[in-house]
Ligand binder design. Structure first.
Ligand SMILES: [Zn+2]
Length: 473
């Protein structure tokens, strides 16, 4: 029998639910853990879908990849941003390497694969695809089969940040999306015999966490016991587990199976209005306030007086207005730049929460966590409350009374991302369970190549984590 590897990616599947709370009710995932290597999987800095999946599949950190989030600065101007789609990925992925070596691959929904690039095999692109009217498969002719098998493929649960009355609709869409994706995966396993590497990524866990976390987590500030959605994330995990079981039943014993996620999730306590804080602290100066809440790029900023500005999201990016780099930069490179970064790091780490308690905000310098720093990185990453709080980038029409907010500027959202996702790998049936420590997302690509008996490129940054290699390095 042919040696193969299948990766089932579950975007945002989080260790405290899968490993700690619900494992006994997830029999298929549990069976892989009982016969495999498993553990928490450290995500990228920042722990965000883009760049995390591509970091995983290239074994390169975001600094080497040159993109740091879904939206990135194009250059050092104040307002030019672009979305990091597949054209931003210049490092070879596992499937690029395998394709080049004549191995056959099948990809379904791996983030940042839109627009599709040629592979030695077949591909359905990801949640970044604008619609199924676009070319979302490789080869193009594969599209008709995808649509026929799924009855209309669903790329993403669109509008997942819906208000209360829309929740039922969104929940149904998440289930439909997941059902169709697994149906397609089963179809591919049934009808294709020559693949070496198969990878699918299901976005549903991420969408359901962000939409429904507060209903299910007693630690969430907005949790109400006995609400109608109390078991909805649990029910969905059980549903996903059953679909995983159906897929596993179609594989032979020579197929190694991995279940991985790109980051975890945790309750979101609230948001910090980052730019309002920078205004209060004198780093950001406006000429006038906007008529409606607006991001910095849309505001009338006095750049000649501005030292730093920020952006919103599950983490914050902080940019410094550097002379000779930004169009109206004011901070000199060298000592002044390092001085203001050190000052901001100190202030942010000392930031209290809305109750006056230390928030435990983490601040990261890109060059401290990456091997190389390419593209246009932020000058600092900020994880408010160690990721319990999000960053709210909007500037308000009037100065708010507090920089803390419990409403999100981009729609309802109950969960933030967390540093660790999950890693489960059964190389072959009948082996013992082994919990591994210190697993990193970048370990996945070299591990896959090793399982397939393929040489690992020397510039991959992760380690091979097969049973033979664990504990040897
Ligand atoms: Zn994700």
């Amino acid at each position: 029998m042919k040696k193969r590897v299948m990766i089932i990616g579950l975007d945002c599947a989080t260790p405290q639910l899968v490993f700690d709370r619900w494992l006994d009710d997830l029999p298929n995932i549990k069976s892989l853990i009982e016969g495999g290597i498993w553990g928490k999987l450290r995500s990228t800095d920042p722990p965000i879908t883009v760049p995390a999946w591509m970091s995983m599949m290239t074994s390169k950190d975001p600094g080497t990849l040159g993109f740091y989030g879904l939206r990135n600065r194009v250059d050092y101007s104040y307002d030019k941003m672009s979305t990091a789609n597949s054209t931003f990925v210049k490092e070879p992925t596992v499937w690029d390497i395998l394709s080049e070596r004549g191995k056959k691959v099948i990809l379904i929904g791996v983030p940042q694969t839109y627009p599709p690039k040629p592979v030695n095999g077949e591909m359905v692109t990801c949640f970044l695809t604008p619609s199924t009217d676009k070319q979302f498969t490789y080869p193009a002719s594969f599209k008709d089969e995808v649509q026929r098998v799924t009855g209309g493929y669903i790329l993403d649960a669109v509008g997942f940040r819906a208000d209360e009355e829309e929740k039922d609709r969104v929940l149904k869409t998440i289930y439909d999306m997941t059902e169709k994706r697994f149906r397609l995966a089963r179809h591919m396993v049934e009808t294709r015999s020559d693949w070496d590497f198969f990878m699918m990524v299901e976005m549903g866990p991420d969408r359901i966490h962000h939409m429904f976390w507060k209903y299910t987590d007693p630690d969430h500030p907005k949790y109400v016991a006995g609400n109608k959605y109390e078991s909805c994330i649990y029910d969905y995990y059980k549903f996903v587990d059953s679909r995983i079981g159906e897929l596993l039943a179609k594989l032979d014993e020579e197929t190694s199976v991995l279940i991985v996620s790109d980051h975890g999730a945790r309750a979101m306590v609230g948001g910090v209005c980052f730019n309002e804080w920078l205004i209060n602290e004198g780093y950001l100066v406006l000429k006038s306030r906007p008529a409606a809440p607006a991001p910095v790029e849309k505001c009338d900023v006095d750049w000649s007086q501005t030292k730093a500005w920020g952006s919103g999201g599950y983490y914050a990016r902080l940019m410094i207005n550097v002379k000779g780099r930004e169009p109206q930069g004011v901070i000199e490179r060298g000592a002044e730049y390092e001085g203001i970064r050190a000052e901001l790091i100190e202030k942010l780490r000392a930031l209290p929460d809305h109750n006056g308690n230390l928030m435990d905000t983490q601040v990261v310098r890109p060059e401290d966590v990456y091997k190389e720093v390419r593209g246009v990185p932020p000058d600092l990453f900020v994880y408010f409350g160690n990721l319990a709080w999000r960053s709210v980038g909007s500037i308000w029409p009037a100065q708010p009374e507090s920089v803390y907010t419990f409403e999100n500027d981009t729609g309802p959202d109950d969960a933030n991302h967390d540093y660790h996702g999950i890693f489960i790998m059964r190389e072959r049936p009948g082996e013992q369970s082994l919990q591994a420590e210190g697993l990193n997302l970048k370990d996945v690509a070299p591990t896959v190549l090793s399982l397939l008996g393929e040489a690992v490129p020397a510039d991959m940054e992760g380690k091979v984590r097969t049973r033979d290699h664990l504990g040897k390095d």
